[in-house]
Design a protein around this ligand. Sequence first.
Ligand code: SF4
Ligand code: FES
Length: 237
Amino acid sequence: MGDPIRLVVDGVEIEASPGQTILEAAEAAGIYIPRLCHKKGLEPFGSCRVCTVIANGRFQSACTQPVAEGMVVENDTEKLLAIRRDIIEMLLVEGNHFCMFCEKSGNCELQALAYRFGITAPEYPYLWPEREVDASHPDVFLDRNRCILCGRCVRASRDLDGKHAFDFVGRGVSRRIAVNAEGKLAETTAAVTDRAVEACPVGALLPKRVGFQVPIGKRLYDVEPIGSEIERRGGRP
Ligand code: SF4
Ligand code: FES
């Protein structure tokens, strides 16, 4: 490993290892940079832009941008918080996220980010798109209404499960998650134990027959806001 790299995040000097991304270095130092398409253990994807920071005066996605000696990073500023809030609001209105009925409620990263950013009702109009639900698999639901196209299932299935069960098809507003079969999810080799199912940050991929097992008040993000475990590590409140 090479010499440590020093950079400044929100006015705090931190040390990073060569090859780390801004997000990884900040996280190791106890600074939370919000993220959605990023998941530890998966190849960085850089699609959601929730992790947008300003590094040396330029907008960058913190999950893909490597650290550099002397880099100055802005993360927790009004301007960046407003950009991230807008991205989260847009994700909420362009899908059909009925949080109160969703089995992922309380454990959903999109919902948790909305709460962290103080979003109670999005300012943008809901688009109410028509999306297909695939309930064919005996143990796993694929509900595209809640899919935010983060690609975590695609990368997890490909790189961790070795199955290529999911991929993207279409472009622009027609882009959607597809399964590697002529027909439905049941015709793939996907299994409920796959890392791809666990990797979904929202309720688009859900194991069947286990919903609502944890009572309200005890779910993951009922207990503390998303990112708290990282901030605690840095000794911040
Ligand atoms: Fe992401 Fe889940 Fe959609 Fe896959 S199904 S792209 S993990 S939101
Ligand atoms: Fe960095 Fe999605 S978390 S672009």
